[in-house]
Design a protein around this ligand. Structure first.
Ligand SMILES: Cc1ncc(COP(=O)(O)O)c(C=O)c1O
Length: 392
């Protein structure tokens, strides 16, 4: 039967039927080390027993009740996120794009309430990715993704990612917020200089606009700390938040936390009890199993091993958000790695991206680094022969 799904994705020839920890299995029973992790979603690994149990328990109690009523799972989750630095008030939704869309609405409404009605512009970074809805696409520096979808929402400006001077030049009394990924994910694991975010914060303070940190990919401990940003007025999360279930969040602090009032914004499924229960369990696993520390330690090991295995490539990242910039198109590396039992992907055409679970083991890291080293060499040589598959 022909596949009736819209062909929005160029899917790889692999059907995944089962997952556990850092591994997934295909329909023929072959196993793969999953170093893409559902694109940073499976932060606590596939089917973590604590998350699965929380989902089972919640599924037997209440699946959905609508935001017209109180739900203790949603309120508890908001409290846990605030305790981890995600603002003072939280809005729950279903995805990264929806969290960012809500953030953009929030910053505009904030200034509207203050009577500063000219402050509507959002300044985003070159190389950014914030989602596929119209407004998040307008903030995404990918003209190819926008082609054919115009007209785009107005009021979005781009500046070079790590150029403080260029940012200073566009910040005026019409700017509502600067929107930034602390490390650009889709843009090619681009890590700004260490003091960049502090400088952006100072510029925002100086001109009175807000700072929005899109932590959809960097958040939930991915870089070794719960958030990769500090001091943002608005923070967005999704991906790893639900341990595999779809949930997003936006947190705001200070007066901006009160910007959205009854009727201003909404989402039927936002804060759904099942997804919130999964997110609460995921946060518990992150804390109780010391996964932030493991992300730091395993990230260092992974980057050290990759640098040793591929001295000619630039390896960069933080924690378990790792990129390898190749001197050639990375497509063949993805294919060869898959044939060798390792899942990864390529962003920005030449950057191999590794986003393994935060509870990945030393042995798994060493295996993955060895395979990456071998397949990068094979791809460089133009050879299409798969290297030996890992056991397990
Ligand atoms: C930084 C960032 N923001 C937003 C998004 C969009 O998230 P979603 O696909 O859940 O809408 C992504 C997805 O890759 C992302 O990496």
């Amino acid at each position: 039967m022909p596949d009736r799904l819209m062909s929005t994705y160029a899917r790889q020839p692999l059907e995944i039927v089962r997952g556990l920890g850092s591994r997934v299995w295909d329909a023929d029973g072959r196993s793969y080390l999953d170093f893409l992790g559902g694109i940073a979603v499976n932060g606590v690994g596939h089917c973590h027993p604590t998350v699965v149990e929380a989902i089972r328990a919640q599924a037997g109690e209440l699946l959905h009740c609508s935001n017209l009523y109180h739900s203790s799972t949603g309120s508890r989750l908001a409290g846990e996120l605030v305790a981890r630095g995600v603002g003072e008030r939280v809005f729950l939704c279903n995805s990264g794009a929806e969290a960012n869309e809500g953030a953009f609405k929030l910053v505009r409404k904030h200034f509207h309430r203050l009577g500063q009605t000219r402050r509507v512009r959002l300044v985003a970074m070159q190389g950014s990715f914030h989602g596929r809805t119209l407004a998040t696409l307008a903030a995404t520096d990918r003209p190819d993704f926008r082609a054919g979808f115009g007209p785009m929402p107005e009021g979005f400006t781009f500046v070079p990612f790590d150029d403080v001077q260029a940012l200073a030049e566009v910040l005026d009394e019409t700017v509502a917020a600067v929107v930034i990924e602390p490390i650009q994910g889709e843009g090619g694991i681009r890590v700004p200089p260490p003091d960049f975010l502090s400088q952006v914060r100072r510029l925002c303070n100086g001109t009175g606009c807000l700072l929005v940190a899109d932590e959809v990919q960097t958040g939930m401990g991915r870089t070794g700390s719960f958030l990769a940003s500090h001091d943002a007025d608005v923070v967005t999360l999704a991906k790893g938040l639900g341990g595999g279930l779809p949930i997003g969040a936006l947190g705001a602090r200070g007066p901006a936390a009160e910007a959205l009032q009854p009727g201003d914004h909404g989402s039927t499924f936002g804060g759904n009890p099942l997804c919130c229960a999964a997110a609460l369990a995921t946060l518990k696993v992150l804390s109780e199993e010391g996964l932030l520390q493991n992300a730091t330690d395993m990230g260092k090991l992974l980057m050290d091993e990759l640098r040793r295995a591929i001295p000619s490539a630039q390896v960069r990242g933080r924690g378990l958000m790792v990129g390898i910039e190749l001197p050639f198109e990375g497509g063949p590396v993805v294919t060869l790695a898959r044939q060798s039992g390792l899942l990864l992907n390529v962003t920005a055409r030449k950057v191999v991206r590794l986003l393994p679970p935060l509870n990945v083991s030393e042995e798994e890291v060493l295996t993955a680094a060895r395979i990456v080293g071998e397949v990068v060499e094979a791809a460089r040589a133009g050879a299409a022969t798969p290297v030996a598959s890992p056991s397990g």
